[in-house]
Design a protein around this ligand. Structure first.
Ligand code: NDP
Length: 300
């Protein structure tokens, strides 16, 4: 079998288009412009690229983008004051504090200082609890993007056997909760899981969120399974020239694609869905804040 490649880039474009249409309607019918504020502390180059991309795509979707760049030595109290100002600013519907934060700042404290209804990353403890108990919440962007790709591919996930490899708070755990909410039968695997290959081979849906380049091989995959590769790993690529690198996922794409029914590539799979879902969450937050119906298909 040769798997169908799931084109996350094209799907993200569709999501962004839906977001843009919804924003146009919010402006025309209600005089509302959704606003997303991104706070960056320090000068981590990867974070700066993410923040720039987020800002550009926010504006392209017709929304307002607010960027707050603070020096690396910003005291925690100053950062909390910025978050508090954004919490009460009516033109801001979504707040994202770019992680990681410098070591002197308590990440959990800052995340939990964001008003839960503006927490478009879905990391606030209230949103974690709401998702875990199957209630309406803000859903973390990467797992939301994976869920959209899975629903698009499979329709109903009910009764499917799903294995999520990785138990982080930002990907693995919320992913498992979303799959459970869609009535999949879910197992979470991690670094202590025994005979992980055999466990993965039971999965109709296999989600890899590990951070280990090409760990999951074709013979770990059940024939016909849908494989979602969240991993983003940069590895040396001497074949491209001295000092060159390339991006790979947590799944060995070549061998897994021989067995799976469908699979996301890296790059071009889950990655582009993450920012698209951030925009979707901002529109959802704006609608909720104003007592308006939520955009269909853009929430979990
Ligand atoms: P974390 O490092 O927080 O978590 C990794 C998880 O993988 C842990 O639960 C760990 O288990 C588990 N793990 C590590 N080694 C093994 C192993 N040998 N066998 C089984 N499980 C193992 O990573 P994240 O969840 O933050 O990210 C995972 C990957 O997804 C990374 O490559 C990251 O870059 C990528 N990512 C991509 C995003 C996107 O937009 N596409 C967004 C966020 C992340 P244990 O808990 O036991 O240590």
């Amino acid at each position: 079998m040769t798997a169908e490649k799931i084109d996350g880039k094209a799907f993200a474009e569709v999501v962004r288009q839906q977001v843009t249409e919804h924003v146009t309607k919010l402006k025309a019918d209600h005089g509302l412009t959704p606003g997303l504020a991104v706070v960056l502390v320090g000068e981590d180059p990867a974070s700066e690229v993410y923040v720039r991309n987020k800002g550009r795509q926010t504006v392209e979707a017709g929304m307002q983008s607010f960027e707050h760049k603070l020096p690396a030595d910003t005291p925690q109290s100053d950062l909390l004051a910025v978050v508090e100002r954004l919490n009460t600013d009516p033109s801001v519907h979504g707040i994202l504090v770019q992680l990681p934060l410098p070591d002197h700042i308590d990440e959990a404290l800052v995340i939990n200082a964001i008003a839960p209804e503006k927490d478009v990353d879905g990391f606030h403890i209230s949103n974690v609890g709401l998702l875990g108990t199957g209630q309406k919440s803000m859903v973390p962007c990467t797992p939301l993007g994976c869920l959209m790709l899975l629903r698009d591919r499979l329709g109903s996930l009910s009764g499917k056997s799903a294995v999520v490899v990785g138990r982080s708070n930002i990907v693995g755990k919320p992913m498992a909760n979303l799959l459970l909410r869609d009535s999949a039968t879910v197992t979470i695997a991690h670094s202590r899981t025994k005979d992980i290959e055999a466990l993965c081979r039971t999965a109709d849906i296999l989600v890899a969120a590990v951070g280990r380049p090409e760990m999951i091989k074709g013979d770990w995959v059940k024939p016909g399974a849908v494989v979602i590769d969240v991993g983003i790993n940069r590895i040396d690529a001497p074949e491209r020239g001295e000092g060159k690198t390339r991006l790979v996922g947590d799944v060995d794409y070549a061998s897994a694609a021989e067995v799976a029914g469908a699979i996301t590539p890296v790059p071009g799979g889950v990655g582009p869905m993450t920012i698209a879902c951030l925009l979707a969450n901002t529109v959802t937050a704006c609608c909720r804040a104003n007592g308006l119906p939520e955009p269909e298909g853009l929430t979990a």
